[in-house]
Design a protein. Structure first.
Lengths: 117, 240
């Protein structure tokens, strides 16, 4: 079983062509069932997919979020996947960035404003 | 206990593969209506590693050299036996057959485009006004379609159009990178790269990274395949 750390090392490798390989070979192509891939990898591939793309960005371009200190994990929470039943890898370290894209978050902020008036 | 590891989908009647799989196993074709799966029988599942990803890609590329139309399989697609393989492919066979026609004689180039920082983003005051579901959805839609407003992107893509047979675009909602997958005629990758170099001045604010040629990974599920409705935006040529 591949550990999360190994996968993170894979997508973080200093090799842009490897990142493209990860994106194409793991994220594209005909698949019989997604669950098989998930079981084999031992990690949530939605997470892996996000990491791959974000790592590709990191290899090619400067990081505008460098000061966030939690790259790339804060982006995972900000973009929940629409793939049914697939959640963010539980072992992914997270730290609150004070931002949320969930409707609930907007609702809470709205209540806060109402109280302040 | 062995299982069938899927490498690619080709037309039924394609030449029997002479190469070996990523674990050295012999390859064979399993027909399922108009399409056939190129598989290898494996005893253990290859671990997810850079070595195996490269090996998988090498096998697919070797197969593509002898098959004018080939849809690569995603790493790690397994079927318990031929019956399970056919059961997995049968519902998709018509779409896969159309996809095979689409990629016949073609290969894929990939462009990673960055420049979203230059695109308009919701202001902080606007974010504070988000109180209703409609406003939330409108703001989210704006983020998802931010890539369309990349300065010069449409000019850049128009400059490449003469070489492009098919196009898919993926832009994650919060990602800074837009991925453009182009289907081009086999053997024209050099012309494509030259066209990218020529078109680059049309979009000076964008940063580009071009890779390829690849087997048509990004087009394998484009036509009735395993579209999972993910949050990514995807489109074909003419709709981008």
């Amino acid at each position: 079983m591949t550990s999360f750390g190994e996968v993170r090392g894979l997508v973080s490798a200093p090799d842009a062509s490897l990142i493209d390989l990860v994106d194409h070979v793991l994220n594209k192509g005909v698949s019989l069932t997604g669950e098989v891939v998930l079981g084999i990898a031992g990690v949530d591939l939605v997470y892996l997919r996000l990491s791959a793309l974000l790592c590709a960005a990191d290899r090619l371009f400067p990081r505008p979020w460098e000061d966030a200190g939690t790259w790339p994990f804060q982006h995972i929470r900000a973009r929940p996947s629409a793939r049914a039943g697939l959640a963010v890898a539980p072992s992914a370290p997270r730290r609150s960035t004070g931002k949320t894209t969930r409707p609930g978050g907007a609702r809470r902020r709205s209540r806060g404003r109402a109280r302040g008036r | 206990v062995s299982a069938l590891y899927l490498y690619a989908v080709v037309r039924t009647g394609s030449r029997r593969p002479s190469s070996r799989g990523l674990l050295g196993e012999r390859l064979r074709c399993v027909a399922c209506g108009p399409v056939a799966a190129v598989v290898g029988e494996v005893e253990t599942m290859p671990a997810l590693s850079a070595r195996h990803l490269r090996a998988h890609d090498r096998v697919v590329r070797r197969l593509a050299r002898s098959a004018p139309a080939l849809l690569p399989a995603r790493f790690g697609s397994l079927a318990a036996d031929e019956a399970a393989l056919r059961a997995g492919l049968a519902p998709r066979a018509p779409g896969l057959r159309r996809a095979l026609e689409e990629v016949r004689g073609a290969e894929q180039m990939t462009l990673r485009i960055s420049g979203l920082r230059a695109a308009p983003r919701p202001s902080r005051s606007g974010a504070r006004r988000e109180g209703s579901g409609t406003e939330y959805l409108v703001a989210r839609h704006a983020r998802r379609t931010a890539w369309r407003r990349l300065p010069g992107l449409s000019r850049l893509l128009a400059g490449l159009r003469p070489l492009v047979r098919g196009q898919r675009i993926e832009a994650a909602e919060s990602s800074l990178v837009v991925s453009v997958y182009h289907l081009i005629r086999r053997g024209t990758a050099g012309q494509y790269r030259a066209a990218v170099r020529r078109a680059r001045p049309l979009a000076p604010a964008l940063r580009l990274a071009c890779s390829g040629p690849w087997p048509a990974y990004a087009f394998a599920d484009a036509f009735g395949g395993a579209d999972d409705g993910s949050a990514d935006f995807a489109s074909r040529a003419g709709r981008a």
